[in-house]
Write a new protein. Structure first.
Length: 116
């Protein structure tokens, strides 16, 4: 069973920082992705981290500003977001996708709003 819960969203000014967390209530340690969906737009990839902590990938739009990390002891994955811009405004979701297990789990999302 995988149950993902995101937290840490909120309202921040441009140039500020937020840290999102995704906690998996299951026992297995899994690779996790972060996605976001802005109003009126399709969901897009933000970052991904392997279950071991490496490698980690970031979308070009956030590279150098966002950093994904994990704590396997807490079975959680974080997304540190720095130098936030208004275009980062979106609902952020974490995802576990393991096609061999037909597993595709999503959290409920956490809203990030960046004001200019």
């Amino acid at each position: 069973q995988v149950q993902l819960v995101e937290s840490g969203g909120g309202l921040e000014q441009a140039g500020g920082s937020l840290r999102l967390s995704c906690t998996d209530s299951g026992r297995a340690v899994r690779s996790v992705g972060w996605f976001r969906q802005a109003p009126g737009k399709e969901r897009e990839f933000v970052a991904h981290i392997h279950w071991s902590g490496s490698p980690a990938y970031h979308a070009n739009s956030v590279k150098g500003r966002f950093a994904v990390s994990r704590s396997n002891a807490e079975n959680s994955v974080s997304l540190q977001m720095n130098s936030l811009q208004p275009e980062d405004t979106a609902v952020y979701y974490c995802n576990v996708w393991e096609p061999l297990l037909t597993l595709d789990a999503w959290g409920q999302g956490t809203l990030v709003t960046v004001s200019s």
